[in-house]
Design a protein around this ligand. Structure first.
Ligand SMILES: Nc1ncnc2c1ncn2[C@@H]1O[C@H](COP(=O)(O)OP(=O)(O)OP(=O)(O)O)[C@@H](O)[C@H]1O
Length: 913
């Protein structure tokens, strides 16, 4: 805390004054008092010695406001210039700006300036809470940011309670100063401010909404209603997961068992009352977070903003893929309209969906569904493979959707069929149906048993996903292990698998299993499935041999508007959870579309939810997929029906990569042959060596077996493995097997020898096709290897690390060598141009070295000018040079200037998928 006053002039260019707000330096508290209770580590105390204090003054609406402010310059000031962590607290005079103090150290380590503001009404700025500040708090925040010159998308917010409301109100007014990701905790808002959604959409921003288990039940109804509004806005499945996510955790030492299993546990993040002089009352609520929590929050906040794909983030494509003229045989989308129920007829619901055939030259022709609504926002028309009107029978639905898939399944192709839609729209009816008029499952099973080829067996598994927990619906025991990717697609360890001799045997088991499924009566459906249910059929070679193909039939839980369906308590948690998993589904769909539109290998967030992990093959993977989206004709459900139609429209653009059985078998055989020749690698403390014919190779990393997905890291010519240590650790931390060999080459002429050694190393290890990361000259090695042995190299991540530097480092380089500026960006990358500098920056003149290069490349390049980070989208010499080099390997560059090793590790993993 330092001794005595700090003045604005001590503090470089941070504080400033404007006409609307003035900053005055403030005497800081006495250090001993601040550390009373000794809850801070030595590192934190050292950091706090750099705190400077101000009082921000302004007048608004005839009132004078005086707000204490604390600022902390980031430890690595040069890296921090573009980012600010703005900490805001909730109300109560025992909870002022001390709240986030334990976050300040990791914030500065991540390169953020920390600014903590004591807004009026919350803590000691006002003395007492109670007054309604909602008319001014947003404006006060905006004035502060203007005063601190935070006007260009730099500010990430960490806010609690009413502080979060101030942020939401400020953001709804003017989102320009704010960055793309924000963390809000236990928001206490009565009404979601107008403009919030539009601003989030147009800026491609999102919010991580956090809450602790016991917070919600204790809030007054008006606040719960505001919170519902907010969570629905952020988690509305029709927004395809683009606006936010929700994290709930269990309060530590809470009494009694909790019905909620899906949450992070109580040590993930805690809030304790601690003594500190920063609070008026001498004690304050202070947050502490586990290492996992810190990592999760900072990975999220520090990630680049989401790309706004087309027009606005949420719109994505505005037509289904069929309407754009594409034939997408790997992902078919069907709509089923359910007849009006008695409840709806009584309520006088009208028919508002009209269906007609199109003249598209396909047999049967795709159909158009038209939404007839008074509200212009809901009006629209969409073309899908088929639209089943309410009069269509179960048989007709089966014949168009699942029947062709049964053929594919029996011929060795993986297939996925899933029903999606608002709660009560007929998903369970479509998938299972009543005994007297059965649905897709019964009809598929009859077909399968009728046509099953000789020598094959059918095995089945039935699993429920409820609140992120899997449950075996065919066994009493619980405790299922993690999801793994086997030959047959995704498998769940510990799940009971049963050999079937007849369709009726499976149906009986499934009926029994259905009684174990989590359901709840609510206003929209008397027996609502609150869980996702997945029936997995596996066709195997005789006598329990290998899996030939898999068929997943999925009855998703319904999305719901909590306010409408009238759920509270656990029901609210369930609904939030269901919506969260469906938004994760949407996010995967949008990422797949983005990757397709931009022709890049974008990170696909499959691991955001167990649901998307389980359905990975069906969404962009090795499976043919049919989505049956269920809607109702009822006018009072129109906005939900439109959400479902829009989801279906987006999903129609997903392209799966269905592998032909023979090709897949050949690849598997090849892989097995390589694996059989493997040696055992022993690493001690993450280090070891391998004896190859060419000599001994030093190797660092982690190793379990050749069956694990592996990333090979390649450093530069003669560089030491220490330089890759950060990335090795970051990859290890996210559970990826990683190996960094020290190749002996010290000059370009050794390139081919290094490539041969690498191939021998992969053979020795039994690695068939690992992913590669190459840094600087290591990138050249990776490209050369990929060109020489395309079948032995997975995707490539190439990074220019050599030119990543701060302003100070740049100046130092220039001082040492005044010609440095001219040599920038040359180095190893010139190899792409056969060693000469590119003659122009239009991408022509690519050399023989990379001619004919094929493969997926993620190209990381630090965008800066003289060590200062370039603003996004600005065209600079740096960005032009990056474009040229990236073009040589047929991709577009990605700005890596602000990326940490953890960021790069998660990019590598996403890209390796
Ligand atoms: N095509 C249909 N014909 C006749 N009745 C139907 C049809 N589709 C659904 N229903 C009836 O509508 C009600 C709701 O259907 P269902 O339980 O299948 O909805 P759901 O989408 O699975 O709901 P949830 O997501 O809440 O589980 C049930 O009473 C069901 O019998």
């Amino acid at each position: 805390m330092g001794s005595g006053a700090s003045s604005a002039s001590d503090h470089g260019d941070l504080p400033a004054s404007t006409e609307r707000m003035f900053l005055e330096p403030q005497d800081m508290e006495d250090a001993d008092a601040f550390f009373r209770g000794d809850t801070f580590s030595e590192d934190e105390k050292l950091l706090f010695s750099r705190i400077v204090g101000y009082v921000a003054k302004t007048s608004l609406g005839g009132m004078e406001y005086t707000m204490p402010l604390r600022c902390l310059q980031a430890a690595e000031a040069e890296a921090s210039e573009s980012r600010v962590a703005l900490c805001l607290h909730g109300f109560g005079d025992d909870r002022c700006m001390a709240l986030w103090t334990h976050f300040w150290l990791p914030m500065t380590e991540k390169g953020f300036h920390v600014v903590a503001l004591d807004l009026p009404g919350f803590g000691r700025a006002s003395g007492r809470p109670g007054k309604d500040w909602s008319a001014v708090d947003g404006e006060l925040l905006l004035r502060l940011m203007e005063c601190l010159r935070m006007r260009d998308g730099r500010v990430s917010v960490f806010a609690e309670g009413i502080g979060a409301c101030a942020f939401l109100r400020a953001y709804a007014q003017d989102s320009a100063p704010f960055a793309g990701h924000h963390v809000l905790l236990n928001v206490q808002i009565g009404e979601v401010p107008k403009g919030l959604r539009e601003n989030l959409e147009s800026r491609g921003a999102d919010i991580m909404l956090c809450g602790c288990e016991k917070f919600y039940p204790t809030q007054p109804p008006w606040m719960l209603s505001g919170l519902n509004q907010l969570s629905q806005l952020l988690l509305d499945p029709s927004t395809m997961g683009q606006l936010g996510t929700f994290v709930l955790w269990k309060v530590k030492n809470a009494d009694g068992p909790t019905p909620i299993k899906s949450m992070r546990d109580g040590t993930w993040w805690t809030g304790n009352l601690e003594k500190t002089a920063l609070a008026k009352a001498g004690h304050a609520l202070v947050f502490r977070a586990s290492a996992d929590c810190f990592r999760e929050l900072f990975d999220y906040v520090a990630a680049p903003p989401r790309k706004v794909i087309v027009k606005t983030a949420l719109q994505g494509p505005e037509m289904t893929s069929i309407e754009t003229g594409e034939i997408n045989d790997t992902f078919s989308v069907f709509i089923r309209i359910r007849p009006l129920l008695e409840r709806e007829l009584k309520a006088g619901s009208e028919n508002c969906l009209a269906v007609s055939d199109t003249d598209f030259p396909r047999d049967p022709p795709p159909q158009r569904i038209v939404v007839q609504a008074g509200d212009a926002n809901l009006k629209g028309s969409y073309v899908f493979n088929r639209v089943f009107e309410q009069s269509m029978s179960q048989e007709a639905v089966f014949n168009s959707t699942a029947k062709p898939f049964v053929q594919d399944f029996l011929a060795g192709t993986n297939v996925t069929i899933f029903a999606y839609g608002q709660t009560g729209t007929g998903k369970t009816y479509t998938i299972f149906g009543p005994a007297e008029d059965p649905g897709i499952v019964t009809r598929s099973l009859s077909d399968i048993f009728e046509k099953m080829p000789a020598g094959k067996e059918l095995h089945y598994e039935y699993v429920q996903l409820y609140l992120d927990d899997f449950k075996d619906l065919l066994a009493d025991a619980s405790g299922l292990g993690k999801l793994v990717e086997g030959k047959a697609g995704v498998e769940l360890l510990g799940l009971s698998s049963h050999k079937a001799t007849s369709a009726s045997e499976i149906l009986q088991a499934v009926a029994k299993g259905a009684t174990r499924r989590a359901t709840r009566a609510q206003d929209m459906n008397e027996v609502s499935s609150r869980s996702h249910a997945i029936l997995m059929l596996r066709l195997k070679e005789g006598d329990g041999g290998d899996v030939f193909s898999s068929m997943f039939i999925v009855d998703l839980a319904g999305s719901e508007r909590v306010a409408r369906s009238g759920v509270t308590g656990d029901g609210f948690t369930e609904a939030t959870n269901v919506n969260l998993s469906l938004t994760a589904l949407g996010r995967v769909v949008m990422s797949l579309i983005e990757a397709d539109i931009t022709q890049t290998k974008a990170f696909i967030p499959y691991n955001a939810s167990p649901l998307t992990m389980l359905l990975k093959a069906g969404l962009g993977g090795n499976s043919k997929t049919a989505l049956v989206a269920c809607v109702t004709q009822a006018a009072d459900s129109l906005s939900e029906s439109v959400s479902t139609l829009r989801f279906a429209m987006q999903a129609s653009h997903v392209k799966n990569k269905v592998e032909q059985k023979e090709a897949q078998d050949r690849a598997d055989q090849e892989k097995t042959k390589i694996a059989e020749a493997a040696h055992e690698l022993r690493l001690s403390g993450g280090k070891g060596s391998v004896e190859l014919t060419s000599g001994s190779i030093e190797i660092w990393g982690t190793w379990q077996s050749a069956a694990e997905e592996t990333v090979i890291l390649l450093g530069g010519l003669g560089s030491e493995l220490e330089q890759l240590e950060g990335l090795i650790t970051a990859l290890r931390d996210i559970g990826r097997q990683v190996l960094a060999p020290k190749l002996p080459g010290t000059a370009e002429k050794h390139l081919d020898a290094d490539v041969s050694i690498l191939l021998e190393l992969l053979d020795w290890l039994g690695l068939a096709k690992p992913a590669f990361y190459g840094r600087d000259w290591g990138a050249v090695r990776a490209v050369r290897f990929k060109m020489a042995h395309p079948k032995r190299s997975g995707n490539l991540v190439l990074e220019n690390r050599l030119n990543k530097m701060s302003e100070a480092q740049y100046k130092a380089k220039m001082k040492k060598d005044p010609n440095y500026a001219l040599q920038e960006y040359m180095g190893p990358w010139l190899w792409f141009f056969d060693g000469t500098f590119p003659k122009s920056l239009d991408g022509s003149g690519i050399g023989n070295n990379v001619k004919g290069f094929k493969g997926n490349v993620l190209f990381l390049w630090p965008y800066h000018t003289k060590g200062r980070h370039d603003p996004p989208k600005r065209v600079t010499t740096c960005s032009k040079v990056a474009d040229v080099y990236a073009k040589a390997v047929k991709t577009k560059p990605v700005d890596s200037y602000l990326m940490t090793d953890a960021d790069i590790a998660s990019r590598i993993v996403g890209f390796a998928e």
